[in-house]
Design a protein around this ligand. Structure first.
Ligand SMILES: [Zn+2]
Length: 114
């Protein structure tokens, strides 16, 4: 029997994924702009351009990591293991999942890992 929150979390995860896809598209577009700026003459110093590129790239990495976590959460939702801590197997608090639907660990295990 699926918990009643399943539908709610599926919608939450889907909407987060859509937001990330949008942000990644924007980040990719920005990275393209930085590269153009770098090849254009003088407007940005090389250091500035490299800094901007590094920022765009770390932003993209963070987005991609979150996307991976969300996709994994959606798989757990489908396999019926969603909301169960991947480390200790206890239930993850619902408010915690509502705030951050991709969390794979309960608060205790998360604290232990940090
Ligand atoms: Zn745990």
């Amino acid at each position: 029997m699926m918990p009643p929150q399943t539908v709610q979390f599926r919608e939450l995860i889907t909407s987060h994924l859509a937001g990330i896809e949008h942000a990644l598209t924007t980040a990719n577009a920005n990275a393209g702009t930085v590269m153009l700026d770098q090849s254009s003459v003088g407007r940005l110093s090389r250091m500035d351009a490299m800094q901007q590129q590094a920022m765009a790239s770390s932003q993209r990495t963070a987005l991609q990591r979150r996307q991976t976590q969300l996709l994994a959460a959606r798989k757990r939702l489908e396999s019926g293991s969603y909301g169960i801590c991947c480390q200790c197997g206890s239930d993850i608090a619902i408010p915690r999942l509502q705030a951050d639907p991709e969390v794979p660990f309960c608060a205790d295990c998360q604290t232990e890992r940090e």
